[in-house]
Design a protein around this ligand. Structure first.
Ligand code: ZN
Ligand code: ZN
Length: 92
């Protein structure tokens, strides 16, 4: 039957924190993928054009709002940044 099960703390691993950077980008750039205009804000990522580990900053000029497809392609095209972002599940 429909027994109530209290929410577990581990749910926080699934419900991702939305970064302030992503929200700022969405306000500036419309909340859609900047490459393909894919319109699903919940799954868009903030991508660093110059990776932080390569001296990039969190400045909005260094960020792109991308859907997971375009984000993955950006990283495939930039072999210098392999493994430096968890781009499949995080906001940056
Ligand atoms: Zn896209
Ligand atoms: Zn990225």
């Amino acid at each position: 039957m429909d027994t109530y099960v209290p929410p577990k703390k581990r749910a926080s691993k699934i419900i991702k924190y939305i970064s302030p950077l992503k929200i700022s980008l969405a306000h500036l750039r419309g909340g859609v993928c900047e490459k393909c205009q894919y319109n699903n804000f919940a799954i868009l990522n903030a991508h660093h054009i110059v990776e932080v580990c390569n001296g990039g900053t969190d400045d909005l000029d260094n960020l792109l709002l991308l859907c997971p497809n375009c984000h993955a392609l950006e990283h495939l095209n930039d072999s210098s940044s392999v493994g430096s972002e968890e781009f499949l599940v995080t906001d940056d």
